[in-house]
Design a protein around this ligand. Structure first.
Ligand SMILES: [Zn+2]
Length: 131
């Protein structure tokens, strides 16, 4: 018997996950603002827009990852082992650039334990350049 395994990035929108993220953003707003990166405040209009209009992306790689769209928070975030969240309100980077960046975070998470947020970012950016 031949089995085919489809390894790929799945792009999804899940309202419950988006609302969870929005709650986290509200609860941790002050800490998030300390990271010196844009953070988008929860906004029902942005949520509604995302329900109907998903970003266009066809980026793929040979990794089993689920990418959820989110309407608030930082441009990107990641949850090991295989989930990333991307906020299309971030305009300094394309959604594809954010997806790639968050995947590198997932892959190197074990190497950055104990590092500060800034150190993690510097480490991931150094890996981005060798991709
Ligand atoms: Zn990062």
């Amino acid at each position: 018997m031949i089995r085919f395994f489809l390894i790929m990035i799945t792009y999804k929108y899940n309202l419950l996950k988006d609302l969870q993220i929005q709650l986290e953003v509200l609860l941790h707003w002050r800490e998030l603002k300390k990271f010196n990166v844009p953070v988008y405040y929860p906004n029902p209009w942005e949520t509604l827009k995302l329900i109907f209009i998903r970003p266009k992306i066809d980026y793929q790689c040979d990794k089993d990852i689920t990418c959820y769209w989110k309407s608030a928070g930082t441009g990107g975030s990641y949850f090991p082992p295989d989930e990333i969240y991307v906020c299309p309100r971030e305009k300094s980077y394309t959604v594809e650039e954010i997806v790639k960046h968050e995947i590198i975070h997932l892959e190197h998470e074990h190497e950055v334990q104990g590092m500060t947020h800034e150190e993690k970012e510097a480490y991931v950016i150094s890996k981005e350049n060798t991709w």
